[in-house]
Design a protein around this ligand. Structure first.
Ligand code: FAD
Ligand code: A2P
Length: 274
């Protein structure tokens, strides 16, 4: 059980503030999302990550989490794995509305508009919880000011794991603030690798190579002259997609030297669970 940092006589680490959980939703046995209060002074760029955590046995346990909310949201939203035996998420999955969580003060990351040079179409390639930073970017008005079209791809093992993203995109289209701006300029492509009930099957790498992605979304193959790319997933997925981008003539960007594509790990470690 994690410590109650709201009522115990407790001072947070200097690098954190204490926030309250305002909503929790469990999507599958291994995935949940939650929202917390946002300090007035907390500023971030769409796509960045931040340290969040709990006090467990009197010690802070903090992990990197992509911020799913757009910058205009009054609260902060996160999308989380329940890692088997994971120190933080074994506890974090039990948070309830009103509980206290630790929030770092310094957001950072490379999946940001500043790390890309201008282009026409923005591709956001994600697997698993790698969707999280893009949940922020697809709700950010700046994205639609900078790009004509946004193509979000999300690949998971099963259809149930796609549900958070599907709900999100449905909600964005109805959102009074960004719905009109987004219109039909956001394309959401999903695929599954281990679910026979899903019609679109296959890894995103294969679907790019065999032309299936291009044919389903009705666009030509990736082109460094017009397309910009952000990638978030496991080490293996990043490695493969990065190689494919470089083979197509894309250059990797950073905050210091913007270019045509950027990558960030969805988690550290190999993620081998089966
Ligand atoms: P850990 O000891 O941290 O992890 C145990 C094992 O579980 C890892 O070795 C790994 O194999 C696996 N694992 C951990 N996280 C994931 C994951 N997300 N998906 C699949 N397998 C995983 N996690 C999120 O759930 N949502 C996020 O938005 C998120 N953003 C991140 C951003 C960055 C830049 C980085 C580096 C990591 C991010 N993570 C995210 C991973 C997160 O920091 C923790 O690893 C995760 O919360 C599990 O913590 P834990 O202490 O329970 O287990
Ligand atoms: P697969 O089922 O074929 O391994 P995970 O849950 O392991 O993080 O995987 C999330 C999704 O990412 C799965 O659909 C998985 O496909 C896919 N994936 C794993 N490795 C790669 C890779 N190297 N390139 C593209 N997709 C990958």
């Amino acid at each position: 059980m994690f410590d109650n940092i709201l009522t115990d006589n407790y001072t947070p680490p200097k690098t954190c503030t204490v926030e309250r959980v305002t909503a929790v939703k469990h999507w599958t046995d291994t995935l949940f999302s939650f929202r917390i209060t946002r300090p007035a002074a907390f500023r971030f760029r769409a796509g960045e990550f931040i340290m969040i955590g709990l006090m467990i046995g009197g010690k802070p346990v903090l992990r990197a989490y992509s911020i799913c909310s757009p910058t205009w949201d009054e609260e902060l939203e996160f999308y989380s794995i329940k890692a088997p035996g994971g120190q933080l998420t074994t506890e974090l999955q039990h948070i309830q509305i009103g509980d206290g969580v630790l929030l770092g003060k310094k957001p950072t990351g490379t999946l940001v508009h500043d790390a890309l040079v201008p282009g026409e179409h923005l591709y956001l390639f994600s697997t698993g919880t790698g969707l999280a930073p893009f949940a922020s970017i697809i709700r950010e008005p700046e994205t639609y000011e900078k790009f004509k079209e946004v193509i979000l791809t999300h690949t998971c093992r099963t259809g149930a794991e796609l549900e958070y993203g599907r709900q999100l995109v449905e909600d964005i289209r109805k959102d009074p603030l960004v719905g009109e701006l987004v219109g039909d300029r956001l394309i959401h492509f999903t695929s599954c690798t281990r679910d026979e009930n899903e019609s679109q099957r296959g890894r995103i790498t294969d679907l790019i190579e065999n032309g299936e992605l291009a044919s389903v979304i009705g666009r030509p193959d990736l082109d460094p002259a017009t397309d910009r790319v952000m990638i978030c997933g496991s080490d293996a997925m990043l490695r493969d997609l990065k190689d494919m981008m470089i083979a197509r003539g894309f250059e990797e960007g950073s905050n210091a030297a913007p270019a045509q594509f950027v990558i960030e790990k969805a988690f550290a470690g190999d993620g081998v669970t089966s």
